[in-house]
Each structure stands twice: as C-alpha cells, then as structure tokens.
Design a binder for this molecule. Structure first.
Ligand code: ADP
Length: 228
C-alpha cells in the first residue's frame, strides 16, 4: 500500500547480501517537496535503503512506488531513464569529473539529456550562483576546497530540476561549519525547486535540516518524533 499522496514509497523491503540482512522489512515514504532524513548507526541499512529507493539496487522483496509507478518491476532501462530525468544525487565525496571545469560538471547532466552546450552552461551558471560558487566556474574540482566541491555537486544534482534529490552523507567529509553551510544551501535550493530530499546521515545536526526523521536499525525503519 502506498501512503496517501506519497511521491516515492517503499513497503516491507528485504535485501540480503549473503548472510547479511541489509534490509529486513524497511518501509519509507517521502512526499512532494518534503525533506526526510534517514538516520541510524553505520551498517544499519541506510545506504541500501537509499539505493533501493533510487532504483539502483533491486530489493529481494517488497514494493517500491514512484509517482504511482512500480519501480521494482520496471526494466533496467526504465529505471535508468528515471534516474537521469527525475532524480538527482549527492554523495559524501562530490564525485565530480576531475578533467572538467566546475561549470562543465554542472552542465553535464543537461548535456547527457540532449541540451545544447550554450543553454546547458547558462543554466549551470545560474545554479553555481545559487550555491554561491559561480566564481569557481572555470576551476577544476582539484583546485577547490571540499566544501566548495560539495556545493558544485549540489548544483549538479539540482540542475535538471529533479523531483527527488538523494543525498548520502553529503557533509560527511566536511567540518561542521562547512557542513552547515552546504546543508543550508542544499535545503534552500531544494525547497525553491520543490524537490523532495532523501537525506542519509548519522549526524543529528544535519538531520535537523529535515522536515521529518526516519531511523533505520538492523534493516528496519521507524518514524521518529522530533525530540526537540
Ligand atoms: P549504512 O548505510 O547504514 O552504513 P549499508 O546499507 O551500507 O548501511 O549496509 C547495511 C549492511 O549490508 C552492512 O552490514 C553492509 O556491510 C552490508 N552491505 C551493504 N552493501 C553490500 C554489498 N554490496 N555487498 C555485501 N554487503 C553489503
């Protein structure tokens, strides 16, 4: 059953790697424009849940629904088309292409979707401005700091106007000041684009930027009441 109005939901997911039950009955939902933090200790199944939700990993059982469509029964080609057009991704280490400038990195998802170079770079530049790193447009990723690189990675993840942004420990490699700045810009940009965010983190300070927190423990999930 899909929770009423959810944009993306998972019900009773199971996923095993050999004897390890990475997911053992996890459920999850996110609504349009909502920011949900997935919390829990290392090894509890957070990344596996994110990968299932994004259609990167198929669960052994359970249902996944995106915008009324079944994800687990979609073909590989359908799931990768969905990832390209509707989802954006930010990981712990920006994973920018080292040979490309920051501007070219941000323009890349648009170029891959068939947008011409000039319009792609125009849009990319406006996203660099929103993330306050437009002065880095011509620099290579190796020439910018970790926090700056993450802001470029956020711009790249949002440049296509995704309906869901998946962020897996996006501040995990940053000090707390830089991490907070990245989270402020990430959540502000996602909200202005009306993108939902699935934010995997083990840091309560990062989770505090979300609308709702879900805790994963031993492959099972439960909603948290905010304690503050
Ligand atoms: P978290 O993100 O909370 O740290 P993960 O989802 O990465 O947790 O991992 C959950 C469990 O599944 C861990 O015990 C991990 O070692 C195992 N696991 C995850 N991915 C794989 C994989 N590709 N192959 C084998 N074991 C895996």
């Amino acid at each position: 059953m899909t929770p009423a109005g959810a944009l993306l939901s998972a019900e009773d997911l199971h996923k095993a790697y050999g004897p390890t039950k990475a997911l053992d009955g996890a459920s999850f939902s996110v609504h349009r424009g909502e920011i949900v933090a997935v919390m829990g200790p290392s090894g509890s199944g957070k990344s596996t849940l994110l990968h299932c939700l994004a259609g990167i990993v198929l669960p052994d059982s359970g249902t996944l629904t995106y915008d009324g469509r079944s994800l687990e029964s979609a073909s590989d080609a359908e799931r990768s088309a969905l990832r390209r057009s509707e989802f954006g991704f930010v990981f712990q280490f920006g994973q920018l292409v080292p040979e490309l400038s920051c501007l070219e990195n941000v323009a890349l998802p648009l170029r891959l979707n068939g947008t011409g170079r000039r319009p792609a770079e125009r849009t990319a530049r406006s996203w660099l401005e929103r993330l306050e790193v437009d002065d880095l447009a011509d620099k290579r990723p190796g020439e910018v700091s970790g926090g700056q690189g993450q802001r470029v990675a956020v711009a790249r993840a949002l440049v296509t106007g995704p309906r869901v942004l998946f962020a897996d420990e996006p501040t995990g490699a940053l000090d707390s000041l830089n991490g907070e700045h990245v989270m402020e810009l990430l959540t502000e940009a996602a909200r202005s684009a009306d993108s939902a965010v699935v934010l995997v983190t083990h840091e309560p300070r990062v989770a505090a930027y979300s609308d709702r927190e879900v805790v994963v423990r031993d492959g099972r999930s439960r909603d948290m009441e905010r304690l503050v």
